[in-house]
Design a protein around this ligand. Structure first.
Ligand SMILES: [Zn+2]
Length: 154
């Protein structure tokens, strides 16, 4: 599974994330509750952690997960170290900050052309009991489709 995650992740970086070129992103597969998360330990350590729970997901859905996580990495690098440290503190304490970050990250994922992948992923997370408490932080499938169509990327 780790090889599949790395292959899809690297392809995404090559094709859609020029800002991340030359940065080392560590793709890690672990057992945990949600589907994925992204961490930056400034200045050089960047983790995209993918849950083993996604091992039976299609390449299309896994592409949606990885594109979303790489959009977090792109946003983190744009914050600078000081901005990112403040962001982590706010993200930990404030549900509004978490919602703003997740929705902005979904929006960027769509703008990069992965709206359909994100849509397929969101259909799964909407039916996943572990995601119930955080679903409101993300765009809904309808919002994803509407925004993708409005910018000609559906
Ligand atoms: Zn996210």
């Amino acid at each position: 599974m780790r090889e599949r995650v790395r292959r899809i992740g690297q392809k995404l970086i090559d094709e859609s994330f020029p800002i991340l070129h030359g940065m080392k992103i560590h793709f890690i597969v672990l057992r945990f509750r949600f589907f994925a998360l992204s961490v930056w330990i400034p200045p050089f350590i960047r983790f995209v952690i993918i849950s083993r729970r996604t091992r039976n997901f299609s390449d299309e859905v896994l592409t949606g997960i990885l594109a979303h996580e790489l959009c977090h990495q792109e946003r983190y690098s744009g914050m600078g170290i000081g901005g990112y440290m403040k962001f982590v503190a706010r993200y930990t304490l404030s549900n509004k900050t978490r919602t703003d970050e997740e929705r902005a990250t979904d929006t960027l994922t769509i703008e990069k052309g992965y709206g359909r992948n994100l849509y397929e992923l969101t259909l799964l997370s909407q039916n996943d009991k572990n995601h119930k408490s955080i679903l409101d932080n993300y765009l809904t499938p309808e919002e994803i489709k509407t925004y993708s169509m409005s910018i000609g990327k559906w």
